[in-house]
Design a protein around this ligand. Structure first.
Ligand SMILES: Cc1cc2nc3c(=O)[nH]c(=O)nc-3n(C[C@H](O)[C@H](O)[C@H](O)COP(=O)(O)OP(=O)(O)OC[C@H]3O[C@@H](n4cnc5c(N)ncnc54)[C@H](O)[C@@H]3O)c2cc1C
Length: 459
């Protein structure tokens, strides 16, 4: 048994930074990783997918070259082995960076193996036993494999196994029309695959407003992606080499035939094989570790950060969890989860940047609100770039003037949203932006204009 001041489980987006802070504060710290240093974002999530989105964008723009007066001799083809090699190099550099920084951190011991709780103050990692006063769980999540009829009879891919694909699937069937499914769907279409997206609900990304879902559907369909909504009873079978996805409950509608299937129907926390029962740590019915506003579990001395606590689901929420825990433990600063404003992006092209409430949430809240909306066709920068799909919209509290939420679907939407987000954090009225002078020509310069044209939400 080796004893530590703190044991960190998992090297995702919170654990390594927390380890560094705890060790720098003089604690004897252990951190353990069972698979790949850096976790989901670095190895099978944000970083590799965004490098592939960049390759897909290059292919897309090459195909559109003539629109800009540029001639490319011959057709555009994509070398999937080079796309993968570029992705592997960027993701690998990040993984090595996390591993080497942890292994060179003073006061820190790195274990490679699967951690299980043996009691509220002890864990095992392989044959080793570690005891500590404090445990920080940062175990992340993994793709859900739904129990669809026939799924056991066909090969399927998840976001993790997609990382090994170095060829062009002839026809990729994507099950799930939400963030991960849409990113993969558009990128493979741009690489040259036929793509069909099957979504059980009546619209894509159902958490977003209906106008956002509709605009995104339009963008994807214009690129030749087939979208089957209301596919409530998805099943699989094989016809020779072909995979057939049944899409209706009666089995009457013709199935979709494809060469490969990607399951992108959600994620589940890696908490089922952690021995949480031996530590007495409570989880909710979905397996997420229950935490309070400062990320403490029900067991004193055990915290849970990142995707496994169900309070975020993004790299930035996991990193923010680290900041909250470190501030409380080391800086006497009582930061909390409820201080943060939810924000995220969907990295299709053009990207969707989101902050705060949706229009549907604002309406449901019953408060008086003002709304502004502007299509990208009326944004000079988008017109100049030939990227006029999408729109921006913003919601403002009619009484306080505070911005409640915004969606920017258009060029640079993932960046532009931050000018709005920062004013929301400042708890300043929208007039701070509407009276600001922004740079021409940018997408951001139309945010003040949109705010100058606010109308009551219900009119
Ligand atoms: C395809 C895809 C694209 C994404 N794109 C984005 C994006 O663009 N932007 C964004 O913000 N988010 C994105 N995400 C989400 C983001 O990757 C996650 O929210 C983020 O990685 C969560 O980090 P985490 O700290 O919770 O844990 P993770 O990064 O999941 O890391 C957890 C680590 O713990 C290890 N572990 C698990 N159990 C044990 C155990 N018992 N013992 C030892 N080690 C263990 C795992 O091996 C893993 O390395 C994406 C996710 C996917 C799947």
């Amino acid at each position: 048994m080796t004893s530590y001041d703190a044991v960190v489980i998992g090297t995702g987006q919170a654990g390594p930074s927390l380890t560094k802070r705890l060790a720098a504060a003089g604690m004897k710290v252990a951190i353990a990783e069972r698979k790949l240093f850096g976790g989901t974002c670095v190895n099978t999530g944000c970083i590799p997918t965004k490098t592939m989105v960049a390759s897909a964008y290059a292919a897309h723009m090459a195909r559109r070259a003539a629109d800009f007066g540029v001639s490319i001799g011959g057709g555009v083809s994509v070398d999937m082995q080079r796309v993968k090699a570029r992705k592997d190099a960027i993701s690998g550099q990040s993984r090595i960076g996390v591993e080497s920084f942890l292994k060179s951190t003073p006061n820190c011991t790195v274990y490679e193996g699967h951690v299980r709780f043996e009691s509220p103050r002890e864990v095992s990692v392989g044959a080793e036993r570690l005891s500590a006063e404090r445990f920080f769980i940062n175990v992340g999540g993994r793709a859900v494999v739904p129990d669809l009829p026939g799924i056991g009879q066909v090969p399927y891919l998840t976001n993790s196994s997609m990382m090994d694909v170095d060829f062009l699937p002839e026809h990729l069937i994507v099950v799930g029309g939400s963030y991960i499914g849409l990113e993969f769907g558009q990128m493979y279409r741009r690489f040259g695959s036929q793509v069909t997206i099957l979504e059980m609900g009546p619209r894509l990304i159902h958490r977003e407003d209906e106008d956002v879902s509709a605009a995104i559907q339009d963008i994807l369909e214009q690129e030749g992606i087939a979208i089957r909504l209301n596919a409530k009873c998805i099943s699989f079978s094989k016809r020779g080499e072909e995979i057939i996805a049944g899409v209706d409950c009666a089995g009457e509608a013709p199935g979709v035939g494809g060469s490969h299937v990607l399951l992108a129907v959600g994620r589940r926390p890696n908490t089922d094989d952690l021995g949480l029962d031996k530590a007495g740590v409570a989880t909710d019915p979905h397996g997420y570790i229950v935490v309070d506003d400062q990320l403490r579990t029900n067991v004193p001395g055990i915290w849970a950060l990142g995707d496994c606590n169900g309070r975020g689901g993004f790299t930035h929420t996991s990193y923010n969890d680290f900041e909250i825990v470190a501030a409380n433990l080391l800086d006497n600063d009582p930061r909390k989860v409820s201080d943060r404003i939810m924000a995220y992006a969907l990295y299709i092209d053009p990207p969707l940047g989101r902050a705060g409430m949706t229009e549907a949430e604002v309406r449901k809240s019953g408060r008086k609100a003002l709304a502004g909306k502007r299509p990208m066709t009326k944004v000079g920068r988008a017109v100049e770039k030939g990227e006029t799909q999408g729109f921006m919209k913003i919601l403002v509290d009619a009484e306080s003037g505070h911005i409640l939420g915004a969606a920017i679907l258009g060029p640079g939407g993932d960046e532009v949203i931050h000018s709005i987000l920062d004013v929301m954090y400042a708890k300043a009225p929208y007039t701070v932006i509407s009276r600001a002078m922004h740079i021409h020509p940018t997408v951001s310069e139309l945010v003040p204009t949109m705010l100058g044209e606010l109308k009551p939400l219900d009119s």
